[in-house]
Design a protein around this ligand. Structure first.
Ligand code: IVH
Length: 648
């Protein structure tokens, strides 16, 4: 998997988990992806962008995630790392429970609750002020408090309340139920749900240790978890972990580990954070719930880019309260590595969500002569030859007209992150395709015409109103920005980020088509900062196929594709002298410089009277102070990105 694919994959699962409250992979699998990303230095977003139905709230300080540890060695390394960077021999660590809920932030001004938000993508969350107010025991007023105070914590639903609430099996687990309940447009619905919360973070105030923070939160009337412990060394930390691990089933709420935090808040400042997590804390995760069952069959599914994904069909088994009948097998290499065969007895694990994974095979119970699993040589959907891509574990269908690929591409095209055609579900895509109404992407925009000669109402599930609604939402999406358009095409390795790079580079659809349909595309693409060989190869392959060019022209004839508005941006920046200071989180220095220059700015290395703008990243140095004294305009990284038209 390339870095870009990994980033996209994590993003995809973030949407399912944080936005749709409906994860496809286990927490353990998700953690595995994040771990891989961290190891190879790929930055990934925390959470996911706020749902557009809610007002956005920008967090004064980013709401970060936690780095994960799975064993004693990971914790030892964490302690060693911290001690080394602080040059300290002894540390006081506060141990808290890691509540498996949904994080919130609540802002108080002079003691009055003025705004509450979800984490969202870490920088911007969703406004849930009226919803949080419905939670029993959530303080709306803090008597005697002056100035700004922000409280953060976790909203959850207790296990007994969940059983009561979930009689119709609407939710996969208490966490999804809590997330779904808090992220309601109608606060009355939230009020009818048994939400609870624990607070664990206080921004503002005078506490100097996390221990004091928890006490102060309690004093202010917040619910704070009773289980907390100040540990002086690794042994004490692990003792607390073991104690809680063995009594977790009596807690009546889900926890997925222990959080260790440095107690001294001053040290938090000194250590700071990476893009995604603070360096002063770590989550020691509990191992996933497990069970043994029979693997009945391995089926192979075909994805949008032709990727063949094996899935295990299992004899249904209850693992930690959830009935499991399928497990993800990731890819061919995983089947070989674990030697998984049809008919095997396997150990499946899940950690709080829907599709679990296979940990290992119970070799002792394998029947003699059980054949090895043979991966199909041809696509199970269209019969085309399959090919293994070098360096990747992936096996793909080579067919250009593979029905399964087309359907997955169509699903991607109409999805929220792409064309965002509301009401166009996966089922609709499949049924329109089966009815011969949509053969290729552009047919979506001629659907109305097609339907005038077709009686859809004769087919099950289609009423006049639902057809009209769908056509309306298709029509409402005929105007689209260039980057979104590019992303929607589902070209391999071209996610939102690369689509934006392409859009900014080519500016208009017409220019993009003119430049990308000649033979020199590959080298031309490599000149774009952020596009490497793999991406360039995939894009040139896409544009080298005549049927794709025809499809694009046909598609564009139904749409208004908005060019990137460069004028507005360069007017604000052109001719200005810009200086960068501190660590930029979203861009490399070189990239930032290049972008500024491409918009006509001059990038200088030092602040002087002739400086027009100072862009300040994390931990700025003396340039920042100098700019303040000289009264130079200062922008933070977000503001800068907004100014140059990069959404972060
Ligand atoms: S501290 C800067 N403490 O776990 C991060 N987080 O996987 C501050 N969580 O985003 C988080 N219990 O939503 C902290 N006692 C606890 C927690 C906790 C649950 C959540 C939180 C965080 C997520 C990371």
């Amino acid at each position: 998997m390339t870095n870009q694919e990994l980033r996209q994959k994590i993003k995809h699962h973030n949407v399912l988990y944080y936005q749709e409250n409906n994860p496809e992979i286990t927490d353990a699998e998700y953690d595995e992806l994040k771990k891989r990303a961290t190891e190879i230095g790929v930055d990934t977003q925390v959470g996911c962008d706020p749902d557009r139905r809610f007002a956005k709230v920008r967090h004064a300080e980013p709401m970060l995630s936690l780095n994960n540890a799975y064993n004693q060695k990971d914790i030892e390394e964490f302690l060693a790392r911290v001690k080394k960077s602080l040059n300290i021999g002894k540390l006081e660590i506060i141990c808290e429970l890691k509540i498996d809920g949904l994080s919130f932030s609540a802002v108080y001004e002079d003691g009055a609750l003025i705004q509450a938000a979800t984490r969202g993508n870490g920088s911007e969350g969703e406004d849930i002020t009226s919803n949080i107010m419905t939670i029993e025991g959530f303080p709306k007023v803090l008597p005697g408090v002056k100035g700004r105070l922000e409280v953060r914590g976790e909203v959850y639903i207790s296990n007994s309340d969940f059983i009561e609430l979930n009689k119709n099996n609407d939710f996969a687990n208490p966490r999804n139920a809590a997330a779904g309940s808090l992220r309601q447009l109608n606060p009355e619905v939230t009020a009818s749900r048994p939400l609870k919360y624990f607070a664990y973070c206080l921004i503002g105030g005078t506490a100097v240790t996390q221990f004091e923070v928890l006490n102060r939160l309690e004093e202010l009337g917040f619910c704070v978890n009773e289980h907390r412990f100040l540990a002086k060394n690794l042994d004490e930390m692990l003792q607390f972990y073991d104690k809680i691990y063995s009594k977790r089933c009596n807690l009546n709420y889900d926890i997925d580990g222990i959080v260790y935090k440095l107690n001294n808040l001053e040290l938090h400042n000194r250590l700071g954070s990476t893009n995604t997590f603070p360096r002063w804390a770590i989550a020691h995760k509990f191992p996933a719930a497990r069970g043994k069952t029979k693997l009945k069959r391995i089926i192979v599914q075909v994805g949008r880019t032709g990727l063949l994904t094996p899935v295990a069909e299992l004899e249904a088994i209850n693992v930690g309260g959830v009935l499991i009948s399928r497990a993800s097998l990731h890819n061919y290499d995983e089947i070989i590595r674990k030697d998984i065969r049809e008919g095997d007895i396997v150990v499946v694990a899940r950690a709080g969500d829907v599709i679990p994974h296979i940990v290992e095979v119970d070799r002792s119970s394998r029947l003699p002569n059980t054949p090895k699993f043979v991966f199909p040589k041809t696509c199970p959907e269209c019969g085309s030859r399959v090919e293994k891509v070098d360096e990747e574990a992936a096996i793909r269908c080579s067919g250009v007209t593979c029905k399964a690929q087309l359907i997955e591409r169509l699903k991607h095209f109409v999805s929220k992150e792409a064309f965002d055609i509301t009401g166009f579900s996966d089922k609709h895509v499949e049924s329109f395709h089966n009815l011969g109404l949509i053969e290729q992407i552009s047919d979506i925009f001629t659907l109305e015409k097609q339907l005038s000669q077709f009686n859809l109402q004769e087919h099950h599930g289609w009423g006049k109103k639902s057809i009209a609604n769908l056509l309306n939402s298709i029509n409402s999406r005929r105007t689209i920005s260039l980057d979104r358009f590019i992303h929607s095409l589902g070209i391999r390795f071209v996610g939102q980020h690369v689509a934006k790079l392409l859009a900014n580079h080519y500016v208009s659809f017409e220019n993009l088509m003119a430049k990308l349909s000649n033979n020199q595309v590959f080298h031309e693409l490599l000149h774009i900062d952020g596009i490497g060989e793999k991406i360039a190869e995939s894009i040139s392959l896409f544009f080298s196929e005549q049927h794709n060019i025809e499809m694009l022209n046909e598609l564009a004839s139904h749409l208004k594709i908005l060019p990137v508005d460069n004028n507005k941006r360069s007017a604000a920046i052109s001719g200005k002298v810009v200086v960068f200071t501190g660590t930029l989180l979203t861009l490399s220095r070189a990239e930032a410089k290049k972008q500024a220059e491409s918009l006509g700015a001059k990038v200088a290395s030092d602040v002087s009277r002739s400086t027009d703008l100072l862009v300040v990243g994390d931990k700025p140095g003396s340039k920042y102070k100098k700019a303040l004294t000289l009264g130079i305009k200062i922008l933070n990284e977000k503001q800068w990105c907004e100014m140059i038209g990069l959404s972060v």
